[in-house]
Design a protein around this ligand. Sequence first.
Ligand code: SAH
Length: 269
Amino acid sequence: MAQRPGFPIKLSSQAQASTAKTPGKTPAKTIAKTIHPSPATKVAIKPAGSDPQGLGLDSSAVRQRMVQKLAAQGLKNPMVLHAMGTVERHRFVESALVNQAYEDTSLPIGLGQTISKPNVVARMIELLLEGATGKLGRVLEIGTGCGYQAAVLSHVATEVYSMERLKGLHEKARANLRHFRLANVHLLFGDGMLGYPKGAPYAAIISAAGGETLPQQWLEQLAVGGRLVAPTVTASGQQALLVVDKTATGFKQNVLEAVHFVPLKSGIS
Ligand code: SAH
């Protein structure tokens, strides 16, 4: 596969927010399975945002164990595994849930939304990097949520543009990411279904929310040689991971495994 393009151009981190409003609800099922404490969570109990102490959740050993599990599950891109081993997931979840931060489970992040489980985050980013030599160029993420995946992406891409339609989560992600001082992450408040034309074309586009179809804007804003990975409802009526490659002559689409993401919604709230 051709190398994915890199785009060193610097852009403003200001997004234009759309004015449409479509408040909505997330099905409770995405959260229900995450709220039960699991027996394997006795690693340490520290509030999110606490300073490194060398033990417990602040220890990189906890993340290395998670990385070993990811590798055992078949994930193999060294850049992705390194990024997963670097980003402190416990800093992105509520203090009551920090002891589940390194389990392979999705967790509620407020406003009815969830942070994907580490395996899914790693899998999607690995798909983005397939065939790429070195880091990706500019990446567009739809659905910033708590900012965790944006932080992981910042280690595998030169620039990350991450859009969130819920003001509360956009602000939460900003607060969560402040600690990491990631100069290449640009948080944008707006409707990601419209993409972010100012940053286009993108070497990769990744959605953390599942739509009925792929928005045309994403396909337009993808660079030739670029790849899009998005949960989307397929012909069977179920959500599956869709991988779309943009070539000089058109689009190539692959439907992969079934997934369960929160819905992609239009407008801001
Ligand atoms: N990547 C996130 C996962 C967040 S869950 C993380 O690491 O935490 C998916 C997010 O997509 C939710 O926060 C939801 O509000 C957001 N979302 C849904 N539709 C959207 C849209 N049209 N534009 C931007 N964000 C959207």
